[in-house]
Design a protein around this ligand. Sequence first.
Ligand code: HEC
Length: 149
Amino acid sequence: MKVILILLTALALIACSEGPESPRGFSLPEGNVEAGKAVFISYQCLSCHTLQGVADSNAEQHLPKKVPLGGDVTKIKTYGELVSSIINPSHKIAPGFKREGYIDDDGQSLMRNYNDVMTVNELVDLVAFLQPQYNLKPFNRTNYPKYFP
Ligand code: HEC
């Protein structure tokens, strides 16, 4: 019985992820990392973000504290996630930033909307630049002592 329940739940989950809003079929053309860095700097992402290895800008700061991008993560940041974070920042607020100073009264991200100004090529390059800034942290395995019967 339990097994059937688990199977049904799994099926339901698969079914959901295949809806018209699923990321299935999403693919970006290859981007240019150097060009992406130039996009990152010219759109002044650094006025709200920090990124290791990229000097902070003197641009006016808009947030209580800058939101770090890149660094150690436990799960790969996919192109899809990065694109969503840029063109639809409020779809999922970055962990730890669902609070005053980072979202408005309606719970929307205070991140600037670039959709009317950024070209698709710029977006593709930007994502190619940002993705490798995330280091996948190796999974810390629990070392159980050997079992001697
Ligand atoms: C006015 C401030 C502001 C600017 C400018 C800004 N952002 Fe953001 N950004 C935020 C805030 C606040 C968050 C956290 C809330 C959220 O998830 O939207 C965020 C989140 C993100 C995230 C998700 C981070 C995560 O760990 O999930 C990415 C990626 C990102 N921004 C990229 C960019 C890029 C690229 C630019 C420049 C094109 C940019 N941002 C410009 C405010 C800004």
